[in-house]
Design a protein around this ligand. Structure first.
Ligand SMILES: C[S@@+](CC[C@H](N)C(=O)[O-])C[C@H]1O[C@@H](n2cnc3c(N)ncnc32)[C@H](O)[C@@H]1O
Length: 259
């Protein structure tokens, strides 16, 4: 196989003739949703991010762990369906981003709901060593290649390499294993990325399946919104801006742990 050297070669090898259209669409305006349910004021987030969190279902009185939470858009969506006995742990390892998360939650949430969210600052990849079989729902929105940001800034694009996406995929794999340890049997783990690199998407879930076998089962991701196309992949779905009016990119896989 020909050695892949450039960003375009790498993505063309997966997306083929679609790549130029996808690349153009990524640089066009994002389809933002002014999300306001149970909030003091609207929070603008990518429509695909909102739909991904909703695929976890209502939070109600369950215990939720949001492992990579800053700046907090998805935490707000989780909080919007939090019941009176429900609880969210919003974790973020970077202290600067954790401060931003705290500010976002304080500026948008009413005090009663805010009081049922605990902010922590641990390494998502090690969480499962300390807490097992605890959470009903886990959101794992991992750090990823985020090609939209790379393409928006040439200085960021220079940092791209195939090794970088491999490294991010490895880190994400460790985080999924850690999250599965923290998940209650029968609970749901939503894995998502804003990456286009399949190594960080289906590639991670494929390795998890191989490692965990019957212990982990994939659930179907239900997304129905006329503004987006949820394109099935081998293990999850992907929303891509060229077919979804600027929403995405977002990859989502939903897993459950057998008892
Ligand atoms: C894709 S962003 C999360 C976006 C967030 N869920 C939202 O909707 O606003 C990934 C976050 O993970 C954080 N992060 C990176 N490595 C981490 C780790 N080992 N443990 C916990 N958080 C981490 C990053 O600082 C970043 O804020």
């Amino acid at each position: 196989m020909k050695e892949i050297k450039t960003f375009d070669e790498f993505y063309s090898s997966f997306y083929a003739d679609r790549w130029p259209f996808l690349k153009t669409a990524i640089l066009e305006p994002v389809l933002f949703l002014p999300f306001q349910k149970e909030l003091k004021k609207p929070y603008f987030l990518n429509l695909a991010s909102y739909l991904a969190v909703r695929a976890l279902g209502e939070v109600g009185n369950q215990e939720v762990l949001d492992l990579c939470a800053a700046p907090g858009g998805k935490t707000l969506v989780l909080a919007s369906s939090l019941g009176p006995e429900g609880f969210i742990v919003a974790n973020e390892r970077s202290s600067a981003r954790r401060n931003r998360l705290k500010r976002v939650l304080e500026e948008h949430l009413f005090p009663e709901r805010l009081s049922r969210i605990k902010i922590t600052g641990h390494d998502a990849g090690k969480w499962g060593l300390y807490e097992q079989n605890r959470y009903d729902l886990i959101l794992l929105d991992v750090p990823c290649s985020s090609e939209r940001h790379l393409l928006e800034k040439p200085s960021h694009l220079k940092k791209w390499s195939t090794n970088r996406t491999r490294h991010l995929a490895q880190q994400a794999y460790a985080m999924v294993l850690s999250a599965l340890m923290a998940l209650k049997p029968g609970g749901k783990l939503l894995y998502c990325t804003c990456a286009l690199s399949p190594l960080e998407n289906d590639g991670v879930i494929e390795r998890v399946e191989q490692k965990k076998g019957e212990e982990v089962r994939l659930l179907s991701v239900e997304i129905q919104d006329p503004r987006v196309v949820a394109e099935p992949t081998r293990f999850g779905i992907q929303i891509l801006p060229d077919l979804s009016n600027g929403a995405g990119p977002l990859y989502v896989a939903l897993l459950t742990k057998q008892s």
